[in-house]
Design a protein. Structure first.
Lengths: 282, 276
């Protein structure tokens, strides 16, 4: 009843880590860490030896000290910024992906609405932020809108591209087997769009933080908010440069963590099948 | 026998049998929206249990004809008749039974799904639960010799194995008619020979009808009992050849004088079609 065993074919199991790959993985963590360590050390020594006043360039040790001393204030601000960042990201993800699905269901919807998405994207948020702050009653909502405007476009455009990039023969196959629109979306278009969507999410994660910070700057003291950007402005007025650096440091770390967590998500979801997760030697 | 006829408009005899054909393509034209005439007045009968090859140069419309048979796209003129009504469409299926299986030139697997998930697809689309599909999917994989590979992902498989998965997917609904669009064209010769043999064996056991599109004279002679040679611009039937060598065919047939003479006839017909 059967075809013979495919002995002419070879089965290529998922590769494990070779010693060389392990070494590379360790190097990836250790080498940038070493370079960073040296840079911080050089900064510390440079500032100490040249006796640079701390209101011009504080030493890393002073920044660390400020970070610990002002932790209460800074941590509160971080939470405020994070709240805006993540709410914006969630709304951008839902809105961007949802709109992309809508766009691919109807060409007319895409033709009608895509230009508006582009207009929102190309207008610098810093230029619209003051307007939004005037029109929207609560500052929190205004900040959220600003961050959302920046974050949603990469998700929208990437997901749209992904939904349209499903293999044509596979689409024919679905048609052949009488798949409904919904089945085609669920079992073909969405999985095919996943790598693109995740790529968009990686960009949007960073952008929503940037959007939140920029909007906080635009709100300025009028914002009465207490996000990290507000702390930077406030420290600037008071010439409290170490605290400015401390807040800046927290923003960078947050951005890095967001990027890393989405990279991890990307890896977990795609490692079994997508080309981007495959390393092959030549 | 009409294998020396040169009339491009002739109606085929539907193999040697007198039984009504499974499908009858009558005066079909296909014009694409860009104005390309892919098929012009195509007449072709597909006999029951026949292994029919469509042989021709690129652009002769053989893939288009196959797609029309599969219901992908509508003829611009003419009609395709089915003995006993049109084949079941997806919505009209009864527990995943479908009359047509289709194998593309590329394996066309979903990279995000396992071998099981890919073969399960036709059943899933017709609403069969996963639990009910374990047995039919297992049987289909057994037919192509891939038992034990259910959990593998396509990228872990070689080209030949991917094609086997693709064939298993076409077989899982137990179709009466198997349409294959140059399925082995991208494989190396050793793998292709092996899959040719395995396909012939399955065809003999299962008693399907196979329509096989190819541009290889040798493959078409080896596999089929009837070869329809097509000419391009516009796509049409140029000549039909019977290959009356008995089955089972194996390596003996591949090296026989009979095979060589059939190949010569088919090759001459193909050259004629190219220069037509």
């Amino acid at each position: 009843m059967t075809m013979s065993r495919p002995d002419d074919d070879e089965f290529i199991p998922l590769p494990g880590l070779t010693p060389a790959q392990k070494r590379e993985r360790i190097a990836r963590l250790v080498l940038p860490g070493l370079i960073l360590g040296f840079a911080v050390l050089a900064w510390e020594i440079g500032v100490t030896v040249n006796e640079v006043p701390h209101y011009i360039l504080p030493a890393p040790s002073l920044i660390a000290e400020t970070l610990i001393k002002d932790w209460g204030t800074l941590y509160g601000s971080l939470l405020v910024t994070l709240q805006i960042t993540f709410s914006a990201l969630i709304v951008a993800t839902l809105g961007g992906a949802g709109l992309a699905i809508l766009f691919t269901q109807s060409k007319w919807v895409e033709i009608s609405f895509f230009p508006f998405a582009v207009i929102l994207q190309v207008t610098p948020v810093i230029a619209i932020a003051p307007l939004i702050l005037i029109y929207v009653d609560t500052v929190q909502v205004a900040l959220l809108i600003c961050a959302w405007i920046v974050a949603f476009f990469p998700i929208l455009s990437n997901t749209t591209l992904g939904l349209n990039s499903a293999d044509h023969n596979l689409r024919n196959l679905f048609e052949l087997y009488g798949a409904t629109r919904w089945q085609t979306l669920l079992h073909l278009r969405l999985p095919a769009a996943m790598p693109y969507f995740l790529g968009g999410l990686k960009i949007a994660g960073g952008l929503s933080l940037i959007g939140a910070i920029v909007a906080e700057f635009a709100a300025g003291s009028a914002g009465s908010g207490s996000g990290l950007a507000y702390r930077i402005l406030e420290s600037g007025y008071r010439l409290n440069i170490p605290r400015m650096f401390a807040a800046l440091f927290m923003i960078s770390i947050t951005g890095i963590l967001i990027f890393m967590s989405f990279s991890l998500l990307n890896h977990v979801l795609l490692r079994r099948w997508h080309e981007s997760a495959i390393k092959r030697e030549n | 026998m009409s294998d020396t006829g040169l009339n491009p408009d002739m109606v085929s005899s539907g193999g040697a049998s007198a039984a009504p054909p499974l499908s009858r393509i009558q005066g079909v034209d296909k014009v694409f929206s860009n104005g390309t005439v892919a098929l012009k007045n195509l007449n072709l009968d597909i006999g029951r249990h026949e292994f029919l090859s469509l042989l021709g140069p690129s652009g002769c419309g053989k893939s288009t004809a196959l797609r029309l048979l599969a219901g992908l796209g509508e003829p611009s003129r003419g009609e395709i008749r089915w003995e006993g009504g049109a084949p079941a469409t997806g919505s009209a299926t009864d527990k995943g039974h479908r009359d047509i299986g289709f194998v593309f030139q590329e394996p066309t697997l979903m990279p995000w799904a396992t071998v099981f998930g890919n073969v399960y697809l036709p059943l899933k689309l017709s609403g069969v639960s996963k639990a009910e599909s374990v047995i039919p999917v297992g049987e289909a994989l057994e037919m192509v010799g891939l038992t034990g590979f259910e959990k593998a992902y396509p990228r872990e498989l070689s080209g030949g194995m991917k094609m086997r998965v693709s064939i298993a997917r076409a077989l899982v609904t137990r179709p009466k008619l198997l349409l294959m669009d140059e399925p082995f064209a991208a494989l190396d010769e050793i793998t292709r020979f092996k899959l040719n043999n395995d396909l012939l064996e399955l065809w003999r056991q299962q008693n399907w009808t196979v329509v096989f599109v190819t541009h290889s004279v040798f493959e078409s002679v080896y596999l089929s009992n009837r070869i329809v040679v097509m000419a391009a611009r516009p796509g049409r039937v140029y000549e039909e050849l019977e290959v009356d060598a008995p089955y089972p065919r194996g390596e003996d047939f591949r090296t026989s004088a009979d095979y060589a003479s059939h190949c010569r006839r088919a090759s001459d017909a193909l050259h004629g079609a190219i220069n037509a």
